[in-house]
Design a protein around this ligand. Structure first.
Ligand code: FAD
Length: 466
């Protein structure tokens, strides 16, 4: 029996899910807005660039080759749709955008493997040209072989901080400093849990050691004070203890870990729960990846940020669950193995949260004139005033009253920071402010599509009954 399986995301989770479905005789549709498959970690440059995988992926080159080559071999057996954005999920059907045209894609089973994006806690000056996220800095290097500037500061916290800094240093970039808002002592405290994946922990130690050997100043436990500059960033002012420093630079890569892309799960109607590890609301799922909505499955970093290897496992597991529920019984031994192997990644993630803890006092210390929502230019002071004047304690109410999260990014960039500020201003815990509800379209659409959609909905007066 064939059923229509649709996978959103051709990263490690989506690629492994497709492989599992093909092995069971299905022909899944795999949709990804990117030009080429691979997702974030195995992002491929345009085909004409001809760059060696060792240069692109470093330690991960071997794994990247295995994953990418296996998916390449699957292409004749799947319906792969690159450059295609899923912008709406309705019961049994996705709305997609490709080359300016919208199409409806029906499904019997949907595997959401939409990955993650940078989480940023803003600091004064972060909207200056030249300040980008850590992920964007890496995309520039991996996809376009470009540096974001000749002399770059990397700031914030999380494993990407050291990885991207080292990637820049080893590709000829001048890394002016690495400024980690989490203290080094936290890394030592995290060590026992991080030994759950000792080879990954060793890679982190390697990046740090190589940066130091290359003479890059690396500081932990810092507070980011201000990106300086008039028309473009020219330096980063930071503090440790009571001493302030200014490091000149032409660009800043900043990030504080990752946040799961959950908007499609939200549009699908999945139930959410607050996850203390991610400090975010995540769609709930069982160990197999089944969401609360029948026929919708969750895999990879979009379900919980556990890294690429865990994404592969959860992608394969979700595909088995979808097969089991839809067409045929599947191997329970294989399912149990995938679930068992995933556990080690959860243990490791606990270590990461200790090592790269978010700055606890960020919301309390954010100045009133700090822009939190860069789409709508809404400041921390405006959010605080709204809480004070209206007594609101709920994030969707804050959105309605201030327009935070209503701009181009639909809250994907500002929501984690806005929720923290709201909780601080209202004097409540982070889970109590709730989560921003997803709205279609998840990303901006060409206006003619909306015009066409409205026209299709409008019944001409002569055809009306009344
Ligand atoms: C910018 C960035 C860089 C990273 N670099 C590294 C790294 O170098 N090393 C490392 O270990 N980890 C890295 N990570 C973490 C890493 O993303 C993963 O752990 C891993 O790639 C997760 O795999 P995944 O399949 O869950 O998601 P991803 O690899 O993120 O793949 C998700 C895919 O879904 C697609 N997608 C999302 N939304 C839609 C939509 N609405 N419509 C259509 N397609 C959609 C995306 O285009 C993407 O290709 C990075 C994360 C980010 C955000």
């Amino acid at each position: 029996m064939t059923k229509q399986f649709v996978i959103v995301g051709a990263g490690p989770a989506g690629m492994r899910a497709a492989e599992q479905l093909v092995a069971a005789g299905q022909r899944p549709i795999v949709i990804d807005e990117a030009q080429r498959f691979g997702g974030q970690i195995y992002r491929q440059p345009p085909a004409e660039f001809k760059r060696a995988r060792a240069d692109l992926y470093g330690f991960e080159a071997h794994r990247a080759s295995a994953v990418l080559d296996r998916f390449e071999a699957l292409l004749p057996q799947i319906d792969y749709r690159p450059n295609t954005l899923v912008w709406q999920v309705e019961p049994g059907v996705l709305q997609t955008l490709n080359a300016g045209r919208s199409s409806a894609v029906p499904f019997d089973a949907l595997i959401l493997a939409a990955g993650a994006t940078d989480r940023v806690l803003p600091f004064p000056g972060w909207t200056l040209p030249g300040v980008v996220t850590l992920g964007a800095a890496q995309v520039a290097l991996k996809y376009q072989a470009c540096l974001i500037g000749p002399r770059v500061v990397f700031a914030g916290t999380g494993p990407l901080l050291y990885l991207v800094a080292w990637q820049y240093a080893s590709h000829g970039g001048q890394v002016a400093a690495v400024l980690d808002t989490a203290p080094f002592a936290a890394k030592l405290r995290a060590l026992p849990k991080m030994l759950a994946r000792s080879s990954v922990a060793a890679k982190g130690a390697y990046f740090l050691a190589r940066l130091r050997l290359a003479g890059v100043p690396v500081h932990g436990g810092v507070t980011l004070l201000r990106a300086e500059g008039e028309r473009r960033v020219s330096g980063l002012r930071w503090r440790r203890g009571r001493t302030e420093h200014l490091v000149p630079c032409d660009a800043i890569g900043v990030g504080h870990g990752l946040r799961s892309e959950t908007q499609l799960a939200d549009l699908a109607g999945c139930a959410f729960a607050f996850d203390p590890l991610d400090q975010a609301w995540l769609p709930t799922r069982d160990a197999a990846g089944r969401s609360s909505v029948r026929g919708v499955y969750l895999a990879g970093d979009g379900a919980a940020v556990l890294g690429a290897d865990a994404a592969e496992l959860s992608g394969a597991r979700a595909a088995l669950a979808a097969l089991q529920d839809t067409v045929q019984p599947t191997s329970m031994d294989e399912a149990a193995r995938l679930e068992r192997e995933s556990l080690v990644h959860v243990a490791f993630r606990h270590g990461m949260e200790t090592a790269f803890a978010l700055p606890q006092r960020w919301a309390a210390e954010a100045p009133d004139d700090l822009i939190v929502c860069r789409c709508e230019e809404i400041t921390a002071g405006e959010l605080r005033a709204c809480v004070r004047d209206t007594g609101t304690r709920e994030i969707n109410r804050l959105k309605a009253l201030t327009r935070i999260g209503m701009g181009r990014c639909q809250g994907r960039m500002c929501a984690p920071a806005a929720a923290r500020l709201l909780a601080e201003a209202a004097g409540c815990a982070l889970p109590d402010v709730g989560r921003l509800r997803g709205q279609a379209p998840v990303k901006p659409l060409p206006i003619h599509l909306l015009r066409d959609a409205v026209a299709a909905d409008v019944v001409p007066p002569e055809e009306r009954d009344d």
